[in-house]
Design a binder for this molecule. Structure first.
Ligand code: AMP
Length: 277
């Protein structure tokens, strides 16, 4: 496995790799969710490139950029064990050269849900992902369903900007008790960690109600909200039952739905989602 930092090193290492090329962008502090995307890429592609970059532009002023967990030696060992060919660790100066002023802003799709709660977040995500795509030039790029709106935003951007690549979405990887794997889980206290699987339980309760015939968006939102509120350490920021394409809240489900939520445990904000189809 080769590890590179500069654009020039990336370009020459990338040129030597046989295609098709799979690409997994990450912010590091890797877990089995990231590795599942690497494994998917390994199955479908001849070569796999992973980037690790904690992107300042997608963190809000009151978010956890400086505290975001980092452990590059451990990440590199995990990627080597997973059979990755090339790891790119760009510097902030490469991604945001002095005087930087070129941003990618998507419109409606970034307004609801995470975009509503985290203004500017998807501008940072779309801009950095476009730059990573330009530099790496993958045939397929891999994203986790865990970040459902991110997937919708990136797919829209790929269509709108004619990126010559395919977006592949991997399923959310979970702990045995249902908690979605996340680099942020390490912030949870023992009691918060014990409480956190309530997100998944709420999603499963809504899925069961849907399977039993419930089609009301408000009813499913209320059901998830009250399931989470049973857990005293959980503070709901939003629960949503939204259209799969527009992400607008639904009154009635006719064509599937995205159930999603953001919930605080102390200062730690966790998200989760599930697709009804
Ligand atoms: P991050 O390092 O948080 O930016 O995540 C990098 C990629 O891993 C994104 O495409 C995430 O959606 C994906 N990812 C994060 N957590 C999980 C998970 N539990 N299961 C599957 N994919 C995940």
């Amino acid at each position: 496995m080769k590890t590179v930092t500069t654009l020039a090193e990336l370009r020459s290492a990338r040129a030597a790799l046989p295609g098709p090329l799979g690409f997994v962008p990450t912010m590091g502090y890797l877990h089995a969710g990231h590795i599942s995307l690497v494994e998917l890429a390994k199955q479908q592609c001849k070569s796999v490139v992973v980037s690790i970059f904690v992107n300042p532009a997608q963190f809000g002023p009151n978010e956890d950029l400086s505290a975001y967990p980092r452990d590059i030696p451990r990440d590199l060992q995990m990627l080597q064990d997973a059979g990755v060919d090339l790891v790119w660790l760009p510097t902030p100066e490469t991604m945001y050269p002095p005087g930087f002023q070129t941003w990618i802003d998507l419109e409606e799709i970034t307004q609801p849900l995470e975009g509503g709660m985290r203004p500017g977040h998807f501008r940072g995500v779309a801009t950095v992902v476009a730059k990573l795509f330009n530099a790496v030039g993958p045939d397929k790029a891999y994203f986790g369903q865990k970040d459902a709106q991110q997937v919708a935003v990136i797919k829209r951007m790929v269509l709108d900007l004619n990126f010559p690549l395919e977006i592949i979405v991997g399923p959310t990887q979970r702990e045995a008790d249902g908690l979605a794997l996340s680099s942020r889980n390490k912030y949870l206290s023992e009691a918060e960690r014990a409480a956190a699987p309530v997100l998944h339980r709420a999603l499963l309760a809504a899925q069961a109600a849907y399977a039993a015939g419930e089609r009301g968006g408000a009813a499913l939102r209320a059901l998830m909200q009250s399931a989470i509120e049973h857990e005293p350490l959980a503070r709901v920021q939003y629960v949503s039952c939204a259209d799969l394409l527009t992400l607008h809240e639904l009154d009635t489900i006719t064509n599937g739905a995205l159930l999603s939520m953001a919930v605080y445990f102390g200062k730690t904000r966790l998200i989760d989602n599930l697709i009804l189809d």
